[in-house]
Design a protein around this ligand. Structure first.
Ligand SMILES: N=c1c2ncn([C@@H]3O[C@H](COP(=O)(O)OP(=O)(O)OP(=O)(O)O)[C@@H](O)[C@H]3O)c2ncn1[C@@H]1O[C@H](COP(=O)(O)O)[C@@H](O)[C@H]1O
Length: 102
């Protein structure tokens, strides 16, 4: 668990930790495990990122805020899985964003 600036837990940190745990333990009946062990290798998550991005764009074009929110969450989750596959984490991305923000 971690604290965000407003004192609430950061769901992104919690989700990242859960993804790391799935990668380390590969429990059955886990969608995250299925991405790490997929016969297509990293292409499985790369394809999902492509699909989710397309769905996000369509939701934006339709001005469908609910669907846009749903697809954005799908996209963030799959992005976190990809970062984990590549040995990167959220802090790496945070650092990059902080550097740009100054
Ligand atoms: N945030 C997510 C998450 N977002 C998306 N997905 C999965 O990603 C897949 C998306 O594929 P699809 O787009 O084909 O599925 P869909 O439901 O039709 O979605 P849309 O077409 O509407 O976008 C679905 O199977 C979702 O279950 C996720 N699976 C897991 N998580 C998180 O990961 C945690 C661990 O999950 P497990 O590894 O399954 O235990 C969960 O508690 C969640 O917090």
């Amino acid at each position: 668990m971690s604290d965000a600036h407003d004192g609430r837990e950061d769901v992104l940190d919690d989700l990242s930790a859960l993804i790391e745990s799935r990668k380390a333990n590969l429990p059955e009946d886990s969608y995250t495990t299925s991405l790490f062990t997929h016969e297509k290798g990293e292409n499985a998550v790369l394809e999902k990122l492509g699909e989710e991005t397309t769905e996000l764009i369509l939701a934006a074009k339709d001005d469908d805020a609910e669907e846009l929110t749903h697809e954005a969450a799908d996209l963030v989750y799959h992005l976190l899985v990809l970062l984990s596959m590549k040995g990167l984490d959220l802090e790496t991305v945070r650092s990059e964003l902080r550097e740009r923000h100054t």
